[in-house]
Design a protein around this ligand. Structure first.
Ligand SMILES: Nc1ncnc2c1ncn2[C@@H]1O[C@H](COP(=O)(O)OP(=O)(O)OP(=O)(O)O)[C@@H](O)[C@H]1O
Ligand SMILES: [Mg+2]
Length: 254
């Protein structure tokens, strides 16, 4: 037996060295964190659900010609991905006002925005991931103007596709966050979607009742996070009606 090399452990995921050069294994933990990890809890089974939901979304995006780092799911909690050079930005796409946008600009949560809005945040925990402009990004060299264009195009295509996907499941895509990276293939480099897309990184509201089906349940102490994520997975047809999702502990065989 040999121990796998752990490349990075973050708040929600662990990256291990992959089976081939240029690949990594992404492990989804059960940890839920918010407010730059000042709030932290373990939610048994969350990692399993996020792994499945993320697999479903990235598979669809790959098929649509929207490039992602995703190769395939390996097991309950792990997926094989292509290693990329992460661009230190969180790209947020918003369709409906919520969260920090509502707070900062005094726009009531739930207000449909006149058009989809893209925002950028500098990935830096010590600085609390501050919001930055395109000027900052190109001036400080976090991404070139061409890369910025590519990332915005990816974000918009992603928004169009995901909005439709969720709408078909009776869910409104309020906003979501993506991370992009540089994928080197020989002499070529292209920008691809990396990290994850899951109810941890999206705001998802029931279209009829506005019930929150995302991480806001945790941020706002509403409870029922696992049930909400399960609901999302069921509505997308990822898991069956009675399929157990808790990844830990033995499952009773009847
Ligand atoms: N394909 C990839 N190649 C290399 N790194 C990746 C890839 N996909 C995601 N990552 C990085 O792996 C880490 C995943 O861990 P996690 O999301 O738990 O981190 P985190 O605690 O949220 O911290 P961070 O602020 O870095 O996102 C992130 O830093 C993310 O940017
Ligand atoms: Mg992260």
């Amino acid at each position: 037996m040999s121990r796998r090399r752990r490349i990075y452990e973050g708040k929600g995921k662990i990256l291990y060295e992959g089976p081939e050069p240029g690949t990594l294994i992404q492990f989804f933990k059960d940890d839920a964190t918010a407010f730059n990890a000042r709030k932290h809890e373990i939610i048994d089974g969350k990692g399993v659900l996020n792994n499945r939901i993320c697999e479903f979304i990235f598979n669809h995006l790959n098929k649509m010609g929207i490039p992602t780092h995703f190769i395939r799911r390996l097991n309950m909690r792990e997926q094989l991905i292509k290693e990329v050079e992460i661009i230190p930005l969180e790209i947020v796409v918003r369709n409906v006002a919520a969260g920090s946008l509502s707070e900062r600009l005094g726009i009531e949560e739930g207000t449909v925005l006149p058009r989809s809005i893209i925002e950028f945040y500098f990935k830096n925990d010590a600085l609390n991931d501050p919001m930055v402009s395109e000027e900052h990004i190109t001036a400080f060299g976090w991404a070139s103007p061409q890369e910025l264009d590519d990332m915005m195009a990816l974000a918009i295509r992603c928004n169009d596709f995901l909005s439709g996907l969720f709408l078909g499941a009776g869910i409104q895509l309020v906003d979501f966050k993506i991370e992009c990276g540089r994928l080197y293939e020989g002499d070529m480099m292209r920008i691809v979607l990396a990290d994850e897309i899951s109810p941890d990184s999206c705001r998802l509201w029931d279209i009829e009742t506005q019930e929150r089906l995302d991480k806001d349940r945790f941020r706002k102490d509403m409870g029922g996070l696992l049930e909400a994520y399960q609901q999302v997975a069921r509505r997308l047809g990822i898991i069956g009606e009675n399929e157990p999702v808790r990844g830990t502990g033995p499952v009773l065989v009847k």
